[in-house]
Design a protein around this ligand. Structure first.
Ligand code: PGA
Length: 251
């Protein structure tokens, strides 16, 4: 019902030369993957990556998109610009954007709307900080982030959106949420979506990834959980063999 989706988030890594090297190795390694495979790459790598993965099972993603169609927004990228390069997915609201670049639930929502309006598929990131987890407000934070991101988004768009649950304390730290914790927290997100839309939509249409130090060692345990529909992979997506092993978590 919910096809697993494993997406790499390269963040600010890989020059064009490095992109060529990584994808040359990755393409044959993942060619028979059962999961949907995506690489979300820096803007400067999009054209190269797009050319290289044409005709393969790897899909192209970007790491952000602006909400305006065009105009005086120095340093930003529009949905049209990404569409022209055949980008299919776009990460929105990553915790690094929220933490370092002033992203809020409101701007996440604006970006999601702009992406959908142009036929891009958002990967919307949500997740609590360590402080919030220790303060016992995980549910409150996630409900606020999810309600904010999905404000005025129509039910018909749900199959074009992926949610990534990324506990901030697990990103790039080597600390993974236990599979059970990740599963239980993702259940809170799915439940929130059920309340916002409907039980059936949340159950059948909403794919929710786990992200945060996911790697070849923990991927199969995480992916075996009922609620987890995929992964958003940072560090381990920078090495072809590691990423391919996450993609083929069940092999
Ligand atoms: P990580 O990053 O796998 O390096 O923890 C995940 C992410 O930030 O998307």
């Amino acid at each position: 019902m919910r096809r697993p989706i494993i997406a790499g988030n390269w963040k600010m890594n890989n020059t064009i030369a490095a992109t060529k090297a990584l994808l040359t190795d990755l393409i044959p390694l993942v060619k028979d993957a059962e999961a949907e495979v995506v690489v979300c790459v820096p803007y400067t790598d999009i054209a190269t990556a797009g050319e290289m993965i044409k005709g393969t099972n790897i899909k192209l993603g970007a790491e952000n998109v602006h909400w305006a169609e065009k105009g005086a927004f120095t340093g930003e990228i529009s949905a049209d610009m990404l569409k022209e390069l055949d980008v299919e997915y776009v990460i929105i609201g990553h915790s690094e954007r929220r933490q370092y670049f002033g992203e809020t639930d409101e701007t996440v929502n604006m970006r999601v709307k702009a992406a959908l309006a142009k036929g891009l598929k958002p990967i919307i990131c949500v997740g609590e900080t360590l402080e919030e987890r220790e303060g016992g407000i995980v549910e409150k934070v996630l409900v606020r982030q999810v309600e904010g991101a999905f404000k005025d988004i129509d039910k018909s768009e749900l199959e074009n959106i992926v949610i990534a649950y990324e506990p901030v304390w697990a990103i790039g730290t080597g600390k993974t949420a236990t599979a059970q914790d990740a599963n239980d927290t993702i259940a809170i997100i799915r439940n929130t979506m059920a309340k916002l839309y409907c039980e059936k939509c949340a159950e059948e249409k909403v794919r929710i990834q786990y992200g945060g130090s996911m790697n070849p060692k923990n991927a199969s345990e995480l992916m075996a959980m009922e609620q987890i529909d995929g992964g958003l992979i940072g560090g381990a997506s920078l090495k072809a063999v590691d990423f391919s092993q996450v993609v083929k978590y069940n092999k």
